[in-house]
Design a protein around this ligand. Structure first.
Ligand code: ADP
Ligand code: ADP
Ligand code: ADP
Length: 213
């Protein structure tokens, strides 16, 4: 399957992705994870992306489209993929359509993680991540077995620099202004499924499985 996950920061995209990936053998491409890795490695791409990310603004369409175009060439992404956090603007969605047309494929389904803004601050400020895998935990909703430590590798967890109430505000503004039109873009094509993302993680997983069955 070729899937897109759309939702505001903290809506649960990263939490559901590994489950979808395991179940349907897909490749998981999270532009946020890839950009953070580039920033940490101080690559030319990371240096260009850092300022916008720190402020909670979107990085340029050309940068992220380039990353996705490259990543879709991976052998593991030939039979299907999950795009998590991409496309985030209508321009990105249009460019993705062209990329997929050139490869003779198209998007099967868009999962829209629908959730009220009011819930997101608690989710974001309590989030801890394992940078190498992208796995996320939450101090209250999904605590690791050992506080501050990844369950799988035992490595330390970190808090993202942009996971503050202040930066969340800009990220939500960007979501409403630039990314919500992407949902309409796909809704017109008729392949959007709305998920009740306010439910507990297991309930959201069940809804995802129904949507994909
Ligand atoms: P979230 O956890 O809030 O959904 P991500 O990890 O997906 O956030 O993204 C973190 C940051 O990376 C964004 O605030 C933005 O600056 C940048 N970013 C990620 N994906 C994109 C994209 N498709 N287009 C532009 N910027 C992006
Ligand atoms: P996104 O990738 O959409 O930004 P995450 O999956 O990282 O969001 O989730 C944000 C935070 O909320 C994480 O700390 C995660 O553990 C927690 N979380 C994810 N899904 C739920 C849920 N359904 N209920 C409560 N907390 C959740
Ligand atoms: P592949 O499908 O080629 O094996 P990877 O599993 O290495 O790809 O990961 C692809 C992208 O997904 C990377 O950006 C990585 O950071 C991210 N990722 C991997 N595992 C998880 C996870 N459990 N949760 C969130 N993101 C993840």
């Amino acid at each position: 399957k070729r899937l897109i996950l759309i939702g505001p920061p903290g809506s649960g995209k990263g939490t559901q992705s590994p489950i979808i990936k395991d179940e349907y053998c897909l490749c998981h491409l999270a532009t946020g994870d890839m950009l953070r890795a580039a920033v940490a490695a101080k690559t030319p791409l990371g240096i260009k992306a850092k300022e916008a990310m720190d402020k909670g603004e979107l990085v340029s369409d050309d940068l992220v489209v380039g990353i996705i175009d490259e990543a879709l060439k991976k052998p593991s992404c030939q039979k299907g993929f999950i795009l998590d956090g991409f496309p985030r603007t209508v321009v990105q969605a249009e460019k993705l359509d062209v990329m997929l047309q050139n490869r003779g494929t198209k998007v099967d389904k868009v999962l829209n993680f629908a959730i009220d803004d009011a819930i997101l601050e608690e989710r974001i400020t309590g989030r801890w991540i394992h940078p190498a895998s992208g796995r996320s935990y939450h101090t209250k909703f999904a605590p690791p077995k050992v506080p501050g430590t990844d369950d799988v590798t035992g490595e330390p967890l970190i808090q993202r620099k942009d996971d503050t109430a202040a930066v969340l505000k800009s990220r939500l503004e960007a979501f409403h202004r630039q990314t919500e039109p992407v949902i309409d873009y796909y809704a017109k094509k008729g392949n959007v499924v709305n998920l009740p993302a306010e439910k507990p993680p297991q309930a959201v997983t069940a809804e995802v499985k129904t949507a994909l069955s």
